[in-house]
Write a protein that binds this ligand. Sequence first.
Ligand SMILES: Nc1ncnc2c1ncn2[C@@H]1O[C@H](COP(=O)(O)OP(=O)(O)O)[C@@H](O)[C@H]1O
Ligand SMILES: [Mg+2]
Length: 252
Amino acid sequence: MIYSIVNLKGGVGKTTTAAALWAGLGKRGYRTLAIDLDPQQNLTYNSGAGESGKTVLSLLTREASAEEAIQHADMGDIIAASKALAGADAFLVETGKEYRLKEALEPIEDNYDYIIIDCPPSLGALSVNALTVCNKAIAPSQADYFSLQGIEQLAETVKSVKKYCNHELEIMGILMTRYNDRTVLTKNITKYVEQISDKLNTKLFETKIREGIAIKEAQLSQQSIFDYAPSSNVAADYKKFIEELLVSEKEQ
Ligand SMILES: Nc1ncnc2c1ncn2[C@@H]1O[C@H](COP(=O)(O)OP(=O)(O)O)[C@@H](O)[C@H]1O
Ligand SMILES: [Mg+2]
């Protein structure tokens, strides 16, 4: 199963969710690989992976195989990002450019139960490559208008990737992150979530990830939330989310 973690807005919990799925599914015994597709390299840094060797950029330019680019970090296997990924739209211009990542992952895909792709907060060749190779996308969002708009703005791209590059593409659900019970979703936001879910033919996951300081400390110490603060709210919520996800997979 390949998941892309997407939202056009930055700071909504994409990388945090990607890391939690990667490490959490790994702890459950699944063979997992993370791919950092964001030139900001947050997942690469948070996991202590190096950026000097082969990266996902080398895959996109066909300079290296996926096998050569895989690093073994504490949280699991990862293909790191590099800053030069920011220029992807300029160098990915040839016919078939949407399929570069898919082609590169084909030889190693069967070695993993889960591949988790952390996407950049932008539309363009990188996100299209991620949406083309994945089975499903997961869209994290904070409970505010702009974060949700970042999902809504994906609608056209998802539609055209589904039509031309990946017929099976689905947005599996919207995951509320940095959730604070005291600022319960207002009526307007709830309505907006419903609108977006309809538009993208998706749902809101039942699990909400609460706001918690432990996550920042875990990221700084380059540990997964499950290792750094196993009894924190955030660890409990992501654990619950993984369970919800595994159940949803079976239902589909
Ligand atoms: N549940 C949470 N509680 C507190 N802070 C969080 C939580 N999830 C994410 N953050 C923080 O919010 C910021 C943005 O999260 P991140 O996962 O990097 O978002 P994105 O990848 O969408 O840009 C980071 O500083 C991260 O530590
Ligand atoms: Mg990120």
